[in-house]
Design a protein around this ligand. Sequence first.
Ligand SMILES: C[S@@+](CC[C@H](N)C(=O)[O-])C[C@H]1O[C@@H](n2cnc3c(N)ncnc32)[C@H](O)[C@@H]1O
Length: 261
Amino acid sequence: MKFAEVQRIVGGVPFISPEHAMSLYNKILCERPAEILELGIAHGTATCVMAAALDEIGAGTITAVDLADAAFAPSAEEQLARCGLTWWADVLRMQTGYTWFLHDEIRRRTANGVCEPKYDLCIIDGPKNWTIDGCAFFLADKLLRPGGWIVFDDYDWTYAGADATRAATDGITHRALSEAERTTPQIREVFELLVVQHGDYGEFVIEDHKDWAMARKTGSREKSYTVRYRAEYADLVSWAMAAARKTAHKLRFGSRAAAHP
Ligand SMILES: C[S@@+](CC[C@H](N)C(=O)[O-])C[C@H]1O[C@@H](n2cnc3c(N)ncnc32)[C@H](O)[C@@H]1O
């Protein structure tokens, strides 16, 4: 399915912006990952965009994981059905979250003490939390094939900067955190301290304007680190559009869904 077509159907639903959706779609056309793992799906808008890219290539599967009690309307399943793309994605819901899914997957794929990797692209877009997402990185790494990419959204997100009207984000109570935990971007810490220092990862790209950080499992000792800024006027327009979308989303989809950026 062409990008314009999937955007026409799901483009008005949070959370991924059209700009980010387009680069994710193009990355999939370019890298042609056979197995995609999406951790944190919400309404499944990014899931639909990725499914459209797989449909365009004609191969691949998405495994998309969220919490059992995450109630987003429309749901990921509804959006995939609306796009006619259900075939490309397995949507899984876990009681306590994706770290236990990763446990199960590592258990299923372990034989003779070795875990056989499965995925070529893994998107981590969940609670933005050092403990959960730091753990998720090490677990997902066991399942990521050599040459595969891991992508983190919300590189700069903080609890302190989160919507002030809410007391908790994905089960983490803001006031229970220390000042440092509230003001430090926790995905940035996961990326800089765990991913970049990991011996198997060698190609790092920070897309500052997208709040994305990406790392490739190169298996080589060489490291390259690229930061892409885009400060043109066009981006200010994108930023303003994203802010307007967030506000519209809060008004339209209610407070449960609004508990995520
Ligand atoms: C920002 S939304 C994901 C947006 C989606 N990737 C997109 O771009 O359309 C974050 C999601 O992470 C989920 N989430 C938060 N903590 C989680 C956990 N521990 N395990 C699984 N999912 C989690 C939330 O329920 C929510 O759906």
